[in-house]
Ligand binder design. Structure first.
Ligand SMILES: Nc1ncnc2c1ncn2[C@@H]1O[C@H](COP(=O)(O)OP(=O)(O)OP(=O)(O)O)[C@@H](O)[C@H]1O
Ligand SMILES: Nc1nc2c(ncn2[C@@H]2O[C@H](COP(=O)(O)O)[C@@H](O)[C@H]2O)c(=O)[nH]1
Length: 412
């Protein structure tokens, strides 16, 4: 064996060495380089080394030593937004990802996941044959309601309905600001209505995996970035996406769980009238949008992508129906409580009991005198790379009353 494990100790996927301190640095049982702030996690024949230093600078880097490849370090493609550097972390192996707890970090930046064998990673691995793919995803406490995808032909009234919703429920809904290569209309603001962008820039970002979906619509490129949706969810709001049918199909096929609503016009004549009366397109563009509308309506009504179809004949009626679908009655407007935040102890050790991660403060007396155990429940994880991992639950617990002995070895 290359890294000093007993040959009968094979920590395969899903088998974290329970009770063993998986803390970073030099005091785990795995090989580590002195003072480099690294953790080593063994999964099957591979060793994932996370972290390191260059001079005074700490960095978060992933290296993989593969015992199948004669114990060589292999090329790693790190996808997703990775955590900014920190001066230490703990690593805990979960089923298909490694939980990283950063030390000395802000409460909203201390929980991260390195996905090593999730569906997303396996999909990306197929595109990157010959390299090891891993993907970073930031962990977020709590859940948000499913995003709502609203589709329909150009001019049917999607934007009008969404504006009404945002005006009436500003604290409940947030708009996913798409990217587009089309030119802004008179009143449209960059970053508010769209992120107006150059085609080559957007194509590069698509290649880099920054988009949840994208499509060529009426001759321009449109797309929803992963960040656009996550920013709304981070604000604790339900995200609304206004995208075409191709985009809706892509979101359906993505890991994002959403509600899909198709808005239908009462007739093609009425659709044409609305588009012309809006006066934002040239004659050529109006004709193009109308040609595309026919196919979109057919797909919208028959493709099985959509959970609900709404007819926008009378605007008020359609808006009321939309609100009903979204469960918006007078009681639904009660603001939600703010998501919990945690302050991880600066120095801590970590252990794992089933789906519970026990974080034990090893820092100052003062910190220890207060509740010195934090329990992170990872049993209901949702989402993940290329976006955030949600569904985490966290509780501060009293080590004596809750039956944990606090040394990472589980219940007394
Ligand atoms: N029920 C309705 N009755 C009459 N006019 C409507 C109705 N709903 C929307 N409109 C009008 O139709 C026009 C097109 O609406 P809107 O811009 O919301 O369409 P859209 O589906 O968002 O289009 P696009 O996909 O091109 O952005 C607007 O001028 C709007 O005021
Ligand atoms: N697939 C996507 N379609 C999008 C996105 N943002 C908007 N759209 C759709 O494009 C047409 C035209 O919009 P317009 O603002 O030029 O009138 C419309 O049907 C939108 O729903 C996106 O991110 N992805």
């Amino acid at each position: 064996m290359v890294w000093g494990l007993d040959s009968d100790k094979d920590f395969s996927m899903g088998e974290a060495p329970i009770g063993q301190d998986l803390q970073n640095g030099n005091d785990n049982d795995f090989e580590s380089k002195s003072g480099t702030f690294e953790t080593s996690t063994i999964i099957g024949e591979k060793k994932y080394v996370i972290g390191g230093t260059a001079g005074e600078t700490f960095y978060v880097k992933v290296q993989i030593l593969d015992n199948n490849c004669l114990g060589e370090w292999v090329n790693v493609v790190e996808l997703g937004t990775k955590p900014i550097s920190c001066n230490g972390h703990s690593a805990v192996l979960l089923k298909d990802r490694i939980l990283i707890l950063k030390k000395n970090s802000n409460p909203d930046d201390c929980i991260w996941f390195l996905e090593v064998d999730t569906t997303y990673v396996r999909q990306q691995q197929k595109k990157n044959l010959g390299t090891e793919v891993v993907a970073w995803s930031k962990g977020v406490i709590g859940n948000v309601e499913k995003p709502v995808v609203i589709s329909g032909p150009s001019g049917v009234g999607k934007g009008t309905l969404i504006s009404l919703l945002m005006k009436e429920f500003p604290s409940m809904f947030g708009f996913s600001v798409s990217h587009t290569t089309r030119a802004p209309r008179g009143m449209e603001k960059d970053g508010v209505h769209y992120h107006f962008t150059e085609k080559n820039v957007m194509e590069k970002e698509i290649k880099d995996g920054k988009f949840l979906e994208f499509a060529s619509v009426h001759g321009n490129l449109y797309g929803t970035s992963v960040e656009a949706v996550e920013l709304v969810s981070d604000a604790g709001k339900r995200c609304i996406l206004d995208i075409d049918v191709q985009g809706a199909r892509s979101v359906r096929a993505s890991p994002l769980e959403a509600m899909f609503i198709f808005i239908c016009p009462p007739s093609m004549d009425e659709l044409e009238k609305r588009l012309r009366d809006r006066g934002t397109e040239t004659e050529e563009q109006v004709l193009k949008r109308l040609r595309n509308a026919q196919a979109e309506i057919e797909q919208g009504r028959s493709s099985g992508i959509f959970d609900h179809i709404l007819f926008n004949d009378n605007l008020e009626d359609c808006y009321e129906n939309l609100k009903k679908l979204l469960g918006l009655d007078e009681y639904a407007t009660t603001p939600k409580s703010a998501p919990k935040e945690i302050n991880l102890p600066r120095d801590h050790s970590v252990s794992k009991i089933d789906d519970k991660i026990i974080i034990n403060s090893t820092s100052s007396k003062l910190e220890k005198e207060s509740k010195n155990l934090i329990m992170l429940d990872v049993s209901c994880l949702k989402g993940g790379a290329p976006g955030r991992t949600r569904g985490l639950n966290i509780e501060a617990i009293d080590s004596f009353s809750e039956g944990f002995n606090g040394n990472g070895n589980g219940p007394i």
